[in-house]
Design a protein around this ligand. Structure first.
Ligand code: NI
Length: 174
């Protein structure tokens, strides 16, 4: 947080299935794994492009013990995403972020939404999701518009250090 790249509106990907795009996605995946994140967006590694990654591969499911209450979100590379909320219902939930290390805050998000975008080969992706899956997608897509989750916190009393709020718990960040 503080890096100007995180405040930019990221540029759409124009050409799919390129060496450059696959390298970017590999870099993002390596970073997310290394930092044990639940998701990551390209601006978080200094690339202002509309690419996000979230969820877990099947072989990483053992990591679910870190997030026992969350439904498993399938591993997804989503490019040029478009989010459309379904209804107006919002839900408060705790979030963290790889770009705001060691902290968590309560953020309101749409409970249910439709999202569309493309995979790295340019094949369309379209889903209707709710709950934790919907939260992760909203958090990651915010990164593409220069929005970090602390900007969405309603009450700053609900923002603080993870080890103060949750002294005995282990969390993934996005
Ligand atoms: Ni984040």
């Amino acid at each position: 947080m503080g890096n100007p790249c995180l405040l930019l509106k990221a540029a759409p990907v124009k050409v799919f299935d390129t060496f450059e795009l696959h390298c970017l996605i590999q870099d993002m995946e390596d970073t997310m794994r290394h930092m044990e994140g639940a998701g990551i967006a390209a601006p978080q590694i200094g690339v202002s492009a509309r690419v996000v990654i979230f969820g877990q591969k099947e072989e990483d499911q053992h990591q679910n013990t870190r997030y026992p209450d969350a439904d498993r979100v399938p591993y997804t590379v989503l490019i040029n995403p478009v989010i459309t909320p379904m209804g107006t219902a919002m839900e408060d939930g705790w979030e963290g972020c790889l770009s705001v290390p060691g902290m968590r805050g309560v953020v309101p998000r749409y409970q249910q939404l439709h999202y569309a975008g493309f995979d790295p080969f340019g094949h369309p992706i379209e889903r209707v999701v709710s709950g934790f899956h919907a939260r992760v997608v909203q958090h990651e897509c915010d990164h593409l518009d220069g929005v970090l989750y602390p900007m969405r916190i309603h009450h700053l009393k609900d923002f603080g250090f993870t080890d103060v709020f949750f002294p005995n718990q282990d969390f993934q960040d996005d």
